[in-house]
Design a protein around this ligand. Structure first.
Ligand SMILES: [Zn+2]
Length: 215
Protein backbone atom coordinates (compact mmCIF):
# COMPACT_ATOMS: atom_id res chain seq x y z
CA UNK A 1 0.00 0.00 0.00
CA UNK A 2 1.19 3.47 -0.82
CA UNK A 3 2.25 5.44 2.19
CA UNK A 4 0.68 8.85 2.68
CA UNK A 5 3.02 11.86 2.56
CA UNK A 6 2.50 14.79 4.87
CA UNK A 7 4.13 18.11 5.52
CA UNK A 8 3.86 19.53 9.02
CA UNK A 9 4.21 23.18 9.91
CA UNK A 10 4.19 24.34 13.50
CA UNK A 11 6.03 26.73 15.75
CA UNK A 12 9.14 24.67 16.56
CA UNK A 13 10.72 21.39 15.47
CA UNK A 14 9.66 19.94 18.84
CA UNK A 15 6.03 20.87 18.21
CA UNK A 16 6.22 19.43 14.71
CA UNK A 17 7.47 16.11 16.10
CA UNK A 18 4.55 16.03 18.54
CA UNK A 19 2.00 17.04 15.91
CA UNK A 20 3.28 14.23 13.67
CA UNK A 21 2.55 11.68 16.41
CA UNK A 22 -0.92 13.10 17.04
CA UNK A 23 -1.73 13.17 13.31
CA UNK A 24 -0.61 9.57 12.94
CA UNK A 25 -2.82 8.56 15.85
CA UNK A 26 -5.85 10.26 14.28
CA UNK A 27 -5.18 8.86 10.81
CA UNK A 28 -4.56 5.39 12.19
CA UNK A 29 -1.57 4.71 9.95
CA UNK A 30 2.03 5.90 9.61
CA UNK A 31 3.04 8.42 6.95
CA UNK A 32 6.21 9.85 5.45
CA UNK A 33 7.21 13.42 6.08
CA UNK A 34 7.77 15.99 3.35
CA UNK A 35 9.60 19.15 4.34
CA UNK A 36 7.73 22.41 3.77
CA UNK A 37 9.86 24.76 1.65
CA UNK A 38 9.94 27.47 4.28
CA UNK A 39 10.00 27.65 8.01
CA UNK A 40 7.73 29.79 10.04
CA UNK A 41 8.11 30.42 13.68
CA UNK A 42 5.03 31.85 15.26
CA UNK A 43 2.24 34.10 14.18
CA UNK A 44 2.01 36.06 11.86
CA UNK A 45 4.85 34.42 9.95
CA UNK A 46 2.92 31.15 9.56
CA UNK A 47 0.05 33.00 7.89
CA UNK A 48 2.48 34.90 5.67
CA UNK A 49 4.43 31.91 4.35
CA UNK A 50 1.50 29.49 4.15
CA UNK A 51 0.36 30.38 0.60
CA UNK A 52 3.90 29.82 -0.76
CA UNK A 53 4.22 26.54 1.12
CA UNK A 54 0.89 25.29 -0.23
CA UNK A 55 1.91 26.16 -3.80
CA UNK A 56 5.34 24.58 -3.35
CA UNK A 57 3.89 21.36 -1.97
CA UNK A 58 1.28 21.24 -4.71
CA UNK A 59 3.63 21.70 -7.68
CA UNK A 60 7.03 20.51 -6.48
CA UNK A 61 6.30 17.60 -4.16
CA UNK A 62 3.95 14.65 -3.96
CA UNK A 63 2.71 15.62 -0.50
CA UNK A 64 -0.87 14.46 0.05
CA UNK A 65 -1.59 16.87 2.88
CA UNK A 66 -0.31 19.74 4.97
CA UNK A 67 -0.91 19.89 8.71
CA UNK A 68 -0.59 23.30 10.34
CA UNK A 69 -0.77 23.89 14.08
CA UNK A 70 -0.27 27.31 15.64
CA UNK A 71 -0.70 28.75 19.13
CA UNK A 72 -3.66 31.05 19.72
CA UNK A 73 -1.64 33.25 22.11
CA UNK A 74 -4.08 36.00 23.13
CA UNK A 75 -6.18 35.95 19.97
CA UNK A 76 -9.90 35.20 19.68
CA UNK A 77 -10.53 31.48 20.18
CA UNK A 78 -12.39 29.57 17.48
CA UNK A 79 -15.94 28.67 18.54
CA UNK A 80 -18.45 26.24 17.09
CA UNK A 81 -20.38 29.27 15.79
CA UNK A 82 -17.46 30.02 13.43
CA UNK A 83 -18.10 26.70 11.69
CA UNK A 84 -21.35 27.97 10.19
CA UNK A 85 -21.24 28.00 6.37
CA UNK A 86 -19.72 31.21 4.98
CA UNK A 87 -18.89 32.48 8.46
CA UNK A 88 -15.39 33.76 9.04
CA UNK A 89 -13.98 35.54 12.08
CA UNK A 90 -11.15 37.81 10.93
CA UNK A 91 -9.35 37.68 14.27
CA UNK A 92 -9.59 33.90 14.78
CA UNK A 93 -6.46 32.07 13.68
CA UNK A 94 -8.30 28.85 12.82
CA UNK A 95 -10.70 30.79 10.56
CA UNK A 96 -7.75 32.67 9.07
CA UNK A 97 -5.76 29.51 8.33
CA UNK A 98 -8.77 27.86 6.72
CA UNK A 99 -9.33 30.96 4.60
CA UNK A 100 -5.69 30.97 3.48
CA UNK A 101 -5.97 27.32 2.46
CA UNK A 102 -9.16 28.06 0.57
CA UNK A 103 -7.64 31.04 -1.25
CA UNK A 104 -4.34 29.33 -2.01
CA UNK A 105 -5.88 26.16 -3.43
CA UNK A 106 -8.87 27.68 -5.21
CA UNK A 107 -7.31 28.36 -8.59
CA UNK A 108 -4.56 25.77 -8.68
CA UNK A 109 -4.68 23.38 -11.61
CA UNK A 110 -4.36 19.70 -10.73
CA UNK A 111 -0.71 18.64 -10.37
CA UNK A 112 1.10 15.36 -9.79
CA UNK A 113 -2.08 13.37 -10.02
CA UNK A 114 -4.09 15.22 -7.41
CA UNK A 115 -6.41 18.19 -7.27
CA UNK A 116 -5.06 19.80 -4.15
CA UNK A 117 -3.02 19.32 -1.03
CA UNK A 118 -5.32 18.22 1.78
CA UNK A 119 -5.81 20.55 4.72
CA UNK A 120 -5.30 19.82 8.41
CA UNK A 121 -5.54 22.86 10.66
CA UNK A 122 -5.41 23.08 14.43
CA UNK A 123 -4.91 25.85 16.98
CA UNK A 124 -3.50 25.21 20.44
CA UNK A 125 -5.14 27.41 23.07
CA UNK A 126 -3.28 29.36 24.25
CA UNK A 127 -0.14 27.37 23.35
CA UNK A 128 0.82 23.82 22.55
CA UNK A 129 2.07 23.32 26.11
CA UNK A 130 -1.60 23.26 27.17
CA UNK A 131 -2.06 20.14 25.00
CA UNK A 132 0.92 18.54 26.74
CA UNK A 133 -0.66 19.27 30.13
CA UNK A 134 -4.11 18.02 29.11
CA UNK A 135 -5.13 15.19 31.43
CA UNK A 136 -2.34 16.03 33.88
CA UNK A 137 -3.59 19.45 35.08
CA UNK A 138 -7.38 19.59 35.39
CA UNK A 139 -7.31 23.38 35.32
CA UNK A 140 -5.80 23.47 31.86
CA UNK A 141 -8.57 23.32 29.25
CA UNK A 142 -9.67 25.47 26.36
CA UNK A 143 -12.98 26.27 28.09
CA UNK A 144 -11.20 27.53 31.21
CA UNK A 145 -8.93 29.69 29.08
CA UNK A 146 -11.90 31.23 27.26
CA UNK A 147 -13.78 31.82 30.52
CA UNK A 148 -10.73 33.64 31.88
CA UNK A 149 -10.29 35.65 28.71
CA UNK A 150 -13.89 36.85 28.92
CA UNK A 151 -13.32 38.42 32.33
CA UNK A 152 -9.81 39.59 31.39
CA UNK A 153 -8.32 37.22 33.95
CA UNK A 154 -6.49 34.43 32.15
CA UNK A 155 -6.36 31.36 34.41
CA UNK A 156 -2.66 30.90 33.60
CA UNK A 157 0.02 32.47 31.48
CA UNK A 158 1.95 30.82 28.67
CA UNK A 159 5.09 31.15 30.79
CA UNK A 160 3.41 29.26 33.61
CA UNK A 161 2.42 26.50 31.20
CA UNK A 162 6.03 26.22 29.99
CA UNK A 163 7.27 26.07 33.56
CA UNK A 164 4.75 23.33 34.38
CA UNK A 165 5.55 21.26 31.30
CA UNK A 166 9.30 21.62 31.00
CA UNK A 167 10.26 22.60 34.55
CA UNK A 168 11.71 25.79 33.07
CA UNK A 169 10.43 28.69 30.98
CA UNK A 170 13.35 28.31 28.59
CA UNK A 171 13.89 24.66 27.72
CA UNK A 172 16.57 23.75 25.21
CA UNK A 173 15.38 22.08 22.04
CA UNK A 174 16.38 18.59 23.13
CA UNK A 175 14.49 18.82 26.42
CA UNK A 176 11.52 20.44 24.70
CA UNK A 177 11.44 17.65 22.11
CA UNK A 178 11.67 14.86 24.69
CA UNK A 179 8.73 16.22 26.66
CA UNK A 180 6.69 17.01 23.54
CA UNK A 181 7.15 13.44 22.28
CA UNK A 182 6.37 11.91 25.67
CA UNK A 183 3.10 13.81 26.00
CA UNK A 184 2.09 13.30 22.37
CA UNK A 185 2.62 9.54 22.77
CA UNK A 186 0.50 9.58 25.93
CA UNK A 187 -2.35 11.22 24.00
CA UNK A 188 -1.84 8.97 20.98
CA UNK A 189 -2.86 5.97 23.12
CA UNK A 190 -6.25 7.60 23.71
CA UNK A 191 -7.09 10.91 22.05
CA UNK A 192 -10.49 11.39 23.67
CA UNK A 193 -9.44 13.70 26.50
CA UNK A 194 -7.45 15.96 24.17
CA UNK A 195 -10.33 16.09 21.66
CA UNK A 196 -12.79 16.85 24.45
CA UNK A 197 -10.80 19.48 26.36
CA UNK A 198 -9.25 21.16 23.31
CA UNK A 199 -11.67 21.85 20.45
CA UNK A 200 -8.71 23.44 18.62
CA UNK A 201 -7.25 19.92 18.44
CA UNK A 202 -10.64 18.36 17.66
CA UNK A 203 -10.86 20.66 14.62
CA UNK A 204 -7.58 19.24 13.35
CA UNK A 205 -8.79 15.69 14.01
CA UNK A 206 -12.01 16.40 12.11
CA UNK A 207 -10.01 17.62 9.12
CA UNK A 208 -7.81 14.52 9.13
CA UNK A 209 -10.71 12.09 9.53
CA UNK A 210 -12.37 13.60 6.47
CA UNK A 211 -9.35 12.91 4.25
CA UNK A 212 -9.88 10.31 1.55
CA UNK A 213 -7.93 7.10 2.03
CA UNK A 214 -4.70 7.16 0.04
CA UNK A 215 -3.31 4.07 -1.56
ZN1 LIG B 1 -12.80 30.73 14.04
Amino acid sequence: MKRMKLAILSESPADEAAVAILAEAVLGHPFSRVQPSLRARGWPSVAQVLPSIIRHLHFNTDADGLVVVVDSDDSIVHLAAHDEPDYYHPLCRLCQLRAIFRQATKKLPPARGRDRVLRGVGVAVPAVEAWYLCGREDLVTEAKWIAGQEVLKPPYTRRELKQLVYGTERPNLQHETEIALREARRHARDLRRLENDFPGFASLATDLKAWPKIG
